[in-house]
Design a protein around this ligand. Structure first.
Ligand code: NDP
Length: 275
């Protein structure tokens, strides 16, 4: 599924180069040596290479000052050959993440985290949709389910996953419930879901007995089990027989998120070239 999206982008890159005389260009910035972040940025740059777009990884030392990082971003904002800028989070404690996100030009904000893009999403205006929620919608659509009038439950209310995916489901006329750590009876809420999106960050928070038979289940979680193996938030062995469709971890939302980053880079390229 994510391969299909990357192949669409590959075709777009060829067409855009033929039309505009240059390829879309994504710059990924990593600060410091967080091992998980290093894996994520490498996968992003690898995906960009697969699509044929230009990309580069800027590896900055953990001790870089906030000022120096902001000045680097300002240079990239001003560079006409750069279409997308992604700063891998989390940043070292001495750097204010909000300031950094706000500093990326809205039209180059491939992550869709800039306040202008967040406002656009909530107001139903043109915007870059964050990659994970966009990928979740693409996965749900691949099942062929008609969302209009269905009950969707999103477990988790973060700004990067829970809230935006709830808004996207609402835009598609689902009846949306957002559950979180204070939800009184999570099982009862989840059992109402025709579409269940789980973005918590705790292995096994949703089990098969909490899934409505035939539901579409999207597991966003990325956790490590006792043996250090990557696992999701949903207990896959008990949920899979109850669901009509469920995403595995690894292999579901993660690769699709990266594929949507490629799509967002194309969108950023087009929004600038079309001006
Ligand atoms: P956050 O920690 O920002 O948010 C977690 C949410 O889960 C909060 O809203 C919290 O509620 C809620 N929560 C915590 N415990 C419970 C519980 N017992 N029952 C119900 N809700 C609970 O996480 P993110 O949204 O950033 O990420 C969620 C997961 O998704 C993580 O594992 C992360 O690694 C993964 N992820 C994966 C991505 C991918 O590309 N595959 C991309 C982004 C995230 P409250 O608000 O009340 O505290």
């Amino acid at each position: 599924m994510s391969l299909q999206v990357k192949d669409e982008v590959k075709a777009d890159v060829l067409a855009l180069e033929a039309r505009y005389g240059r390829k879309p260009c994504l710059v990924v910035i990593i600060v410091g040596e967080n091992p998980a972040s290093q894996v994520y940025v490498r996968n992003k740059v690898k995906a960009a290479a697969y699509t044929g777009m230009e990309s580069r990884l800027e590896e900055l030392p953990a001790g870089i000052s906030e000022e120096a990082l902001l000045s680097q971003i300002a240079q990239l904002n001003a560079d006409p050959l750069v279409d997308g800028i992604l700063v891998q989070l989390p940043l070292p404690k001495h750097i204010n993440e909000e300031k950094v996100i706000d500093a990326i030009a809205r039209e180059k904000d491939v992550d869709g985290f800039h306040p202008g893009n967040v406002a656009g999403l909530w107001l139903g205006k043109d915007c870059i949709v964050p990659c994970t929620p966009a990928g979740i919608m693409r996965l749900i659509d691949s099942t062929g389910i008609e969302l209009k009038g269905k009950n969707a439950v999103v477990v988790g209310r973060s700004n990067i996953v829970g809230k935006p995916v709830a808004k996207l489901l609402l835009d598609r006329h689902a009846t949306v419930t957002i559950a979180h750590s204070r939800t009184a009876d999570l099982g009862a809420v989840c059992r109402t879901a025709d579409v269940l999106v789980v973005a918590v960050g705790k292995a096994g928070v949703v089990t098969g007995s909490m899934v409505k038979p035939g539901a579409v289940v999207i597991d966003v979680g990325m956790n490590r089990d006792a043996e250090g193996k990557l696992c999701g938030d949903v207990d896959f062995p008990s949920a899979q027989p109850v669901a009509s469709w469920i995403t595995p971890v690894p292999g579901g939302v993660g690769p699709m998120t990266i594929a949507m980053l490629m799509k967002n880079t194309i969108a950023c390229f087009l929004s600038r070239e079309a001006r």
